[in-house]
Design a protein around this ligand. Structure first.
Ligand SMILES: [Zn+2]
Length: 74
């Protein structure tokens, strides 16, 4: 599947309060979010699993999103 947009998620682990970054690649699709506003409104974030590398906590509080350059985007 082709990656059409990519984002870096900035999260804080709800358990150990460590800051985490997580890459999110959006694959081609009818409702693929192409920018941060689309991403926030989509169900993609809710469906993206988080696991803290330090404590294995699975609850991450989203504190920011950065859109990454995506060479694959047309
Ligand atoms: Zn943690």
């Amino acid at each position: 599947m082709r990656i059409v947009a990519s984002f870096r998620l900035h999260l804080v682990c709800a358990n150990c309060l460590e800051k985490r970054e997580q890459y999110l690649g959006i694959t081609e699709g009818d409702d693929a979010p192409m920018d941060i506003d689309d991403l926030m409104e989509s169900g993609v974030l809710a469906a993206t699993p988080f696991q803290c590398k330090a404590c294995e906590g699975i609850i991450g509080e989203l504190v920011g999103i950065t859109q990454m350059p995506c060479n694959a985007a047309a």
